[in-house]
Design a protein around this ligand. Sequence first.
Ligand SMILES: *Cc1c(COP(=O)(O)O)cnc(C)c1O
Length: 389
Amino acid sequence: MRQVYLDYSATTPVKEDVLKEMIPYFTEKFGNPSSLYTIGAASREAIEKARGQVAKLIHAQEKEIFFTSTGTEADNWAVFGIVDALKNKGNHIITTKIEHHALLHTCDFLEKHGYDVTYLDVEPDGRVNPETLKAAITDKTILISIMFVNNEVGTIQPIKELAAIAKEHGIVFHTDAVQALGNVPIDVKDLGVDLMSVSSHKIYGPKGVGALYIRKGVQLSNFMHGGAQESKRRAGTENLPGIVGFGKAAELAYENLDAHIKKISELRDYFVDQVMSKIENVTLNGSKEFRHPGNANLTFEYIEGEAMLLYLDMRGIAVSTGSACSSASLVPSHVLSALGIPVERIHGSLRFTIGDPTTKEDLDYVVEELIEVVNKLRSISSVSQAKGW
Ligand SMILES: *Cc1c(COP(=O)(O)O)cnc(C)c1O
């Protein structure tokens, strides 16, 4: 049976060239980067090379990149680091209703500890209206954190405009750019952001490594305490092979950015077109114009997304009902809810995300199988409705 993976926003496979680069750092080049002898120095050099590769992809200075264990840790560090550094200035944080749980649950935790958090509404296409942000700012606001690209519906935020509002008010601006990295051009200087979270495993690098961009001059307390790694900003022996892999993945993403965007957006448009022309009562959620090039979040009316997911899985097709975190529960997606989509339609929604290895033949296979699965489930659901089940 054909296997088609269409969940590249959940994670990506490690590229062959990335793996090749990593392997020696598990074995002969295993030195602790903090050690003073030669093999330690070689490890240090490898980390500095990777720092340069990641910096280049987002147009940052090397010194502004700090490696972490995950994108989640980078998000936690940004929030807790600002909350601590600016505790004398205020206790109010502004974020949105559509953030990743790495940000939302961190803010929930702070709310339980006496902080004020405003969760901004978004427009029906998933974009934050700059006026909504302006209206939420108070003299106690110390941090604005708005994700660059949403992981469920793929909406791209007007980050430059939102960061400019923060700057006007002297407020630190953080963005979770985990989904943006390698999928949209990023220039931190042009965007005017202070802090940015990224992760390796969403760009064909290994899992368990991320980074926080900290603009030079931004005051941020440490989150991990211990040794002097990462210029004394992030303690803990570095994930050497992971960082080397992240660096290589960032280099490849930089070299292939335009071609990658063109390729996956064409495939995505083809897929959406095929599905919508061959299956009735399907709608595309999120923005058409400001969208992750590989994201198709579709609602299939009158059916359960979970049932579709399982039927597609039996046919070798991997898709998602939303974010990986909520896929184990039946709580409707907080992102689709924030877009104003009614609960019954949310339950009929699936996220297809296309990546580098995806082919047109893969998508043709998925469309064929989708037609069968949708027909089958809709016939069951119309029978159950007719019988009043
Ligand atoms: C995947 C993801 C994260 C978490 O990154 P990890 O490295 O898996 O911890 C954070 N934010 C967004 C938008 C993501 O897609």
